[in-house]
Each structure stands twice: as C-alpha cells, then as structure tokens.
Write a protein that binds this ligand. Structure first.
Ligand SMILES: Cc1cc2nc3c(=O)[nH]c(=O)nc-3n(C[C@H](O)[C@H](O)[C@H](O)COP(=O)(O)OP(=O)(O)OC[C@H]3O[C@@H](n4cnc5c(N)ncnc54)[C@H](O)[C@@H]3O)c2cc1C
Length: 382
C-alpha cells in the first residue's frame, strides 16, 4: 500500500482505542491506515494498570465490556498480546465493604461475583495470598470476568500486528492536523503528506480538544491526571488477579450503584478522608515480569500540570503498604492522563461527514476498547 492509496478506514491515534478499531477492521478484510503523532505510543494506554474491569461496569458499559472481553481474548491470541483471564479480587476489611460486595453478587448471575471469606480471598490472590500478611482482611469477592493485560507491551505489539497485515499500515511520527471532505471520502492532512480514506476514526484520547475543541468543550472533556508507581515486592511474590479495595468500590459504577455504597462512603470519609481528598483508588496488578503497578489518585484539569506531588504518592504508598502488609520497593513513578467527562462515560460522535471521534471519558478505555471498536466498525461498515 502506498501513500496515495485510498483506504477503507484511516485511524488517528495508536493507543488502545485506535488500534482496537484498526485490528477489528483488518480482521474483516478492510484496508486500514493508522497514523500516530509520536514515534511510539506513550499515552494512557501504556500508563495504566492493565486491568480490564469488566464485572464492575453496569448497563450499556457492562454489555460493551463483555463484547470487549471476547475480542481481547481472540485478538490477543492472534497478535501475541498478554491477556490473562485471571479475574479480579476485591479485598474487604469491614462489614460496610462486605455489604457492597454482597449486594452486587446478589444482582448478578451465579458465579460472576463470588463472595469469599478471608481464607478463600487469600487463596484467590495466588501465591501472594500466603506470602504477605494482608492485615485486617476479613473477606472479599472474586470478579470472574475481569482480565489482566500488560499495558507496557500491548499497544506496541498490536501496532506491529496491524502493520504486518497486507492491507494495513501504521505511520509513526505523523500527526493529523486537518480533515477535508473529498468526493471519495475524507482527506487527512499531516506534515508527511495527505491521506484519503472512506471513513476516518479519530482516537486521540484526551487530546480531542486539540483537533475538535468545540465538541470537546460541549462534552466537557477534561484531563484526569493520576499518580502511579511501579514497585517490586519481596522475592517470589506472585499475584494472579488484579486487586481492588474499598476506594475502588467508590469509583466503579456497579459498586457505586449499590445501596450499601452510601454507608461505605461515610465510613471512608471518617476513617481515611485523605484518600477521598486525593481521589484515591487503591489497587494494584502484577506485570508478567513480576513488577507490581501501584496506584492511584485522580485530579481533574483542562491542562494537567506535569508535576507529581510527592505527598499524594506517599499517601497512596502508605495505604498500599497497610493493605498488603509489606512496603513495595519503588522502581518508577509516572503521571497517567486520561480523558474524563461528567457528561457521559463515552464520546462517540460524527464530528464531520465520515469522520467519527471516539474517546472513552471514564478511565476504563482498556476495558471497553474492543467493545466500543466493534460497535463503531459495525455502524460504519455494515
Ligand atoms: C494511570 C492510568 C490508569 C488506568 N487504568 C486503567 C485500567 O486499569 N483499566 C482500564 O480499562 N483503563 C484504565 N485507564 C484508562 C485507559 O488507559 C484509557 O482510557 C485508554 O488507554 C485510552 O486509550 P486511547 O487510545 O483513547 O488514548 P491514548 O492511549 O492516550 O492514545 C491516544 C493516541 O493518540 C495520539 N494522538 C494524539 N493526537 C494525535 C494527532 N493529532 N495525530 C495522530 N496521533 C495523535 C497520541 O500520541 C496517543 O498515542 C487508566 C488510565 C491511566 C492514565
């Protein structure tokens, strides 16, 4: 394929949302071009926990998440991605936490949210359940359908796989700067020349305001910045599922929608107000190399200041240590940024004729990616 070829689809942005669209389009035999601003993707898709938080979604998002799960597992096989159906474990340290889990479990099909006592919770964690003290643990729940993926390797491998298909190409260091309707579709302007496609899908995450400022403002899209860290636990610490805690139950919709969540919020407000002040979601996942991704806090801005407040990181680390009973040795810190909106959890809009912008505005783009992508590709090409 050369630069003059008009493709069926042109995707702007090689994060997980753009590449999920590209991969599903390629699978259907469509010709696809992906253009990415950077020399390699360094956006939200490599900075996250790699937790596909399927079970704790609700309504339409739960349906999209389940479609996404199916696609994740299939495409991972094809493209050599790491995607493990490990489920997730929610730790409980109080009756208020158990009440939320109990209510959610009762509302789901049997086996989807399994209530656990303390010993069962440790067992579900994998070897780490016996290796660390887990102080104050009284029980928990196993979220069967969650996946653990590897954020550091996923988008690079997926881009390579898309690029290796005969009818697809990925162009790096190629920012899109303009879109013009032409007789056979849309012409996309870049400093490396123009490309034409029948349909364009713009997946630039939180940078939607750089290309479509009015639409981003109307949807009140902001940048959510998060303090994150990579740590190593003691020798041999092996954790199977993603691990969530009380503050996770105050964030993800299926927990928040329970009646019991109000009492849990009151409890955290009294016992650990510092967590609410930094918008904490104390959770962690282990990467295939044994390092542990630790986080996180949430702060909202139109433009995110680049500085990491050490006191926020320290608050998170202290609570992580109290949860595991062991202090991780910190190897790296970074700031994650994702698109956020109070208006709706997703932004999917035809912003110009044959140009659709897609941004997950609720911090669960890894989870929803392949579900949202399937829906977009269905709507544009069937
Ligand atoms: C710290 C953190 C933890 C998270 N944890 C989870 C989690 O555990 N589970 C989960 O489901 N979600 C999680 N998320 C959310 C998830 O990472 C995001 O929703 C998702 O990665 C967004 O993907 P994206 O492709 O839209 O954005 P990005 O990954 O940011 O990709 C957008 C791409 O577009 C490119 N781009 C921008 N402008 C242009 C242009 N003009 N031309 C060409 N290219 C352009 C950028 O360079 C970038 O590569 C987390 C996010 C963060 C930050």
């Amino acid at each position: 394929m050369n630069n003059e070829t008009t493709t069926d689809l042109l995707v702007v942005g090689a994060g997980i949302i753009g590449l999920a669209h590209a991969a599903l389009a390629v699978e259907r035999g469509l010709s696809v071009r992906v253009i990415e601003r950077d020399h390699r993707a360094v956006g939200a898709s490599i900075r996250n926990f790699g937790h596909c938080c399927i079970t704790a979604q609700s309504g339409e998002l739960l349906r999209l998440a389940q479609v996404s799960r199916r696609n994740w597992l299939r495409i991972s096989e094809l493209a050599g991605l790491h995607a493990a159906p490990t489920g997730a474990v929610v730790l409980a340290h109080s009756d208020a936490e158990l009440a939320v889990l109990k209510e959610l479990s009762a509302s789901r099909e049997p086996g989807q949210v399994v209530l656990l006592d303390a010993a069962e919770t440790r067992a579900k964690l994998g070897p780490a359940g016996a290796q660390a003290p887990w102080p104050g643990l009284i029980g928990g729940a196993f979220l069967r359908d969650d996946l653990r993926v590897d954020p550091r390797t996923t988008v690079g491998r997926l881009a390579d796989w898309v690029d290796s298909r005969p009818q697809a190409i990925v162009h790096w260091n190629t920012p899109a700067s303009g879109f013009t309707s032409v007789p056979d579709g849309v012409r996309v302007t870049t400093p490396r020349g123009d490309f034409t496609a029948s349909q364009v899908v713009v997946c630039v995450g939180h940078d939607l305001d750089h290309l479509f400022p009015e639409e981003a403002a109307e949807h009140r899209i902001q940048r959510c910045s998060l303090n994150m860290a990579l740590g190593r636990m003691s020798e041999g610490f092996r954790l199977s599922p993603a691990v969530l805690t009380a503050t996770s139950m105050l964030r993800y919709p299926a927990f928040v929608e329970t009646e019991a969540a109000a009492e849990l919020r009151d409890q955290v407000t009294t016992t650990a107000p510092e967590l609410l002040e930094v918008g904490a979601n104390i959770m962690f996942t282990q990467r295939p190399d044994g390092t542990v991704i630790l986080g996180d806090s949430h702060h909202y801005h139109r433009t995110a200041p680049p500085f990491l407040d050490e006191s926020v990181s320290e608050t998170l680390l202290e609570h992580l240590e109290n949860t595991i009973g062991e202090r991780p040795r910190i190897l790296e810190r970074w700031q994650g940024v994702y698109a956020s909106s109070e208006v709706a959890p997703l932004f999917v809009q035809e912003v110009l004729p044959d140009v659709t912008a897609v941004s997950v505005t609720s911090g669960v783009g890894m989870t929803l990616s392949f579900g949202v992508a399937e829906r977009t590709i269905d709507s544009l090409f069937t």
